[in-house]
Design a protein around this ligand. Sequence first.
Ligand SMILES: Nc1ncnc2c1ncn2[C@@H]1O[C@H](COP(=O)(O)OP(=O)(O)OP(=O)(O)O)[C@@H](O)[C@H]1O
Length: 266
Amino acid sequence: MIGETDINAILKSQPPTRSAMAPAAIALANLSFSYPDKPNVLHDLNLDIHQGERVGIVGYNGCGKTTLFMLVCGVLTPSTGSVALLGEPVAPGRFRPDIGLVFQNPDDQLFSATVWEDVAFAPENMGLSPEEVEARVRSAMQLTGTEALHQRPPHHLSGGEKRMVAIAGVLAMLPQVMIYDEPTANLDLRARRRLIRFLQSSPQTFLTSSHDLEFILEVCDRVIVLNEGRIAADGDPAQVMRDRVLMEASGLEVPHSLTHTHRSEP
Ligand SMILES: Nc1ncnc2c1ncn2[C@@H]1O[C@H](COP(=O)(O)OP(=O)(O)OP(=O)(O)O)[C@@H](O)[C@H]1O
């Protein structure tokens, strides 16, 4: 019995709002970032992600997607500028349960002896009652289809199974904003399709990076193209990614499904 802690029910009961009064889910103001040995990875980014949006971040290897996610989560400190999450400034190093990051490599996230313990880790560390922890774990596993794995050691799972368990572990915190870093990497077609369906039915605001541009077309309603540390384009995924000049200048290709549509147009 999941009852009151059904994660999707809770998130849907707080419908996303884009009114002028609602704070942006994520707001970047004049955000720049350099590593000590890699300057100007991100340069003067200004961006609002509104509540309820599903945003894809695309760009060549090393253009700064993961760095941007680390800044949004407060793992890295901006060199200049600021990040705000749901209207509150992000203070580097301060844990914010309202944002959840699913790492590019699930092995960086899974470390407990069993899947159940891994999914329970965050809610247990939020000081919740054992009943609440159990309800959240059950709900997160149900949403991600990982119930049958609950007694397995995470390091024995396949890549696709690990990915869904890693997502369950983050969902169990009930974050309002999710970040998925390259979530389709190493997934087979069935696992990728399962993830697409899961994200299409997710009520949360999310940001996802991917080199799988067809995936971005299927799950996102907005795409941001990063190039040389700056925003090269921001808009409707099909419209932006159909622009061959922009895509090639940004080290990308027009996704196949869009070139096909283009050719068959009169
Ligand atoms: N800890 C670090 N120290 C120094 N340079 C780093 C560090 N982490 C990343 N970089 C560099 O910063 C740049 C951006 O890296 P980042 O991982 O953010 O790119 P990305 O767009 O996520 O790449 P990919 O598509 O390959 O995952 C790269 O040139 C990378 O080599």
